[in-house]
Design a protein around this ligand. Structure first.
Ligand code: PMP
Length: 379
């Protein structure tokens, strides 16, 4: 028998979406056609550039734990140009291995044991587990509570509010007024806002993304996290970044030094060298995906399936409350009997247990409609 393990880690479940996707991979490797609505990716055409011998040699080694200076400059320019946010690349931006570890490091950096963290549902499934691992207490806010109702979830233990706009999976985009209200709340109560902006470019023209760092220009209460994974379709590169006040970045830097050292040097250099060319190829594809989402919304309306209100990302949280059994059973039936892969809404919070997440990044509109009609017939 092995000795006792850490009880917090033991209490953490496997990520449900990854569990579903494992079954999808297994089915696909047996040659089955699986309609995949469970993946957290959109697939972009990404330009390919040569890596020179010199860049390859340089890239074989460790580099700055803040991130390669040239990449931080490109990221700073992009946040300024696209979202009007000023961030000093030498002190206010840190690059690491994807936004996942940076979100965790940010929680480690601000939470003391027992501090409460508000997360609006549907909440991306790692927030809750990361809060626990960082010694905090996860306080979910049901999806139907609008931003102006969040104050009643505050206690003298509240330390952090996590927001994700546009939201995975509902697509909800918070308005500038709502963000201003949240900043006021954070300032009055001495809180941080951790703003996960992973899907900031998946919007149709007319739906304007506002970064929390554009509202909190001093960055005293705000930590922004973003990455190449969604907006630039490069999830396998594991390159993400934080934009925050210098004093917060200094804390993240220590965590990055002790946990990861740096994101892959060769990939950071490549990204820095070709940033604008890659962005100009991927940005239109993100916008195109948002158009596709709008077309799927029309199909949902036509088929008669409800969904949570939203405008961005490449997901829907669709309402399956009329299904007679448990949502998990529906998801299982869809996957095992119809080869339709979705993710149960409970993964995103108790208040969304009667929903399933339906990602539209991979399949054609034709197949999406076909599968939605199957779902409709079951619910
Ligand atoms: N935040 C959200 C809301 C996500 O959906 C994801 C990935 N599914 C991440 C963060 C993590 O992305 P990455 O670590 O690849 O940057």
């Amino acid at each position: 028998m092995i000795p006792k393990l850490n009880s917090i880690v033991e209490s953490i479940p496997e990520a449900l979406s990854i569990f579903v996707n494992q079954i999808v991979y297994d089915k696909k490797s047996r040659g089955e056609r699986v309609y995949t609505f469970s993946l957290g990716e959109a697939f972009f055409d990404i330009p390919h550039f040569e890596i020179s011998d010199e860049a390859f040699r340089r890239g074989c080694h460790y580099s700055s734990s803040m991130g390669q200076p040239k990449l931080r400059e490109r990221l700073s320019e992009m946040y300024q140009r696209s979202y009007g946010v000023r961030a000093d690349p030498s002190t206010e931006i840190l690059v690491s291995c994807g936004s996942k570890p940076i979100l965790f490091m940010a929680m480690q950096a601000v939470l003391n044991p027992g501090d409460e963290v508000l997360v609006h549902e549907p909440g991306w499934l790692s927030y809750k587990e990361q809060v626990k691992l960082a010694g905090g207490v996860h306080v979910p806010i049901p999806y139907y509570d609008g931003v102006y109702e969040w104050e009643r979830h505050l206690t003298d233990k509240t330390k952090l509010i996590v927001i994700n706009s546009p939201n995975n999976p509902s697509g909800q985009l918070y308005s500038p007024k709502e963000l201003e209200y949240l900043l006021k709340l954070a300032q009055e109560h001495g809180l941080f806002i951790l703003s996960d902006e992973a899907y900031s470019d998946f919007l149709m023209p007319g739906d304007t993304f506002v970064s929390m760092a554009g509202v909190d220009t001093s960055k005293e209460n705000t930590i922004v996290v973003n990455s190449l994974s969604k907006n630039m379709g490069m999830s396998g590169w594991r390159v993400g970044y934080a934009i925050a006040h210098q004093q917060v970045i200094e804390q993240l830097l220590k965590l990055n030094q002790h946990l990861l050292t740096c994101a892959a040097t060769v990939l950071q250099d490549y990204m820095a060298d070709h940033f604008d060319e890659i962005l100009s190829a991927t940005l239109p594809q993100a916008v195109e995906t948002a158009h596709k989402r709008r077309a799927v919304q029309d199909i949902l309306d036509d088929v008669g399936i409800g969904y949570l209100k939203g405008v961005g990302t490449f997901y829907f949280l669709i309402d399956v409350s009329s299904y007679e059994g448990e949502t998990e059973e529906l998801v299982r039936t869809l996957l095992m009997e119809h080869n339709i892969a979705t993710v149960p809404g409970r993964a995103y919070g108790d208040s969304t247990a009667d929903f399933v997440r339906f990602g539209i990044g991979v399949e054609s509109l034709e197949d999406i409609e076909k599968c939605l009609r199957v779902i409709k017939s079951l619910i």
